[in-house]
Design a protein around this ligand. Sequence first.
Ligand SMILES: [Zn+2]
Length: 280
Amino acid sequence: MGETDMSRRLISVVGFGVLVMFLATLAFVYFSVFAIPTRAVSSEATSPSRNTSYSSTSTTPNTIATSTATTPPQATATASAPAGDNTCNDLLVLVDKTHALPASYVPPDLVPLGSAGIPVASASLQGRRILLADLQRLFRDASSAHINLIVDSPYRSYAEQAALYASYVQQYGQAATDRFSAKAGHSQHQLGTAIDFSTLEIADRLDQSFATTKAGIWMAANAYRYGFSLSYPQGEEAVTGYEFEPWHYRYVGGANALALRQSGLIMQTYLQQFGPLPHC
Ligand SMILES: [Zn+2]
């Protein structure tokens, strides 16, 4: 082995050493720049919500929480309706078994219906002002046709619905209750546009016998002329989630009620296609 070989080997050993040191430096820089901040973020995400250990199950929700927490305006805008849109007041908003109004939602224009000349079961009953003129016209025309009608149950608050649902569950059990009563937030009555009608023909009761009364038959034929539509028709429980409620109408406005009728769809399907989801 000559002198040149020795120096070549020396150079390659030194060169290898330099390479190793270079890679080590790169690795150090990489971990200190990228890895440490990542850990810092995830620990931030964990500590404010709850003191959980870093298990794999708790990491995923916390990561999601971090991304929404760091960009609140964007997250809100994409998760809900377009900016500034309050769809809960929309006459076609979809409120059903899977789409709920928030507990805080109260319609903006509630008025006592009795003092507006509407026959009501109790003076405290309220509905939205937006439907008042059409409802007055409905009662005038019904009266002219010798139809006896009464408003039995219009607006119900979230709290009233919660209490009502709970009392039904106690009385009938949950499975039976879910066929005719909505959980709080899921009731069209919270919109202030749903009305349960009854008639003296059945002593103002709310049951399926309303369908065969003069009032029930008149409503089924004419309600759309006043902007009302039957929410839960017969034989549609699989779609609506509710058994036949011939007394329960929802005001969607004259043009919508006509379009709905002409579409041949039931309200649930129509709202699924054309109504906004509740955001407010
Ligand atoms: Zn009802």
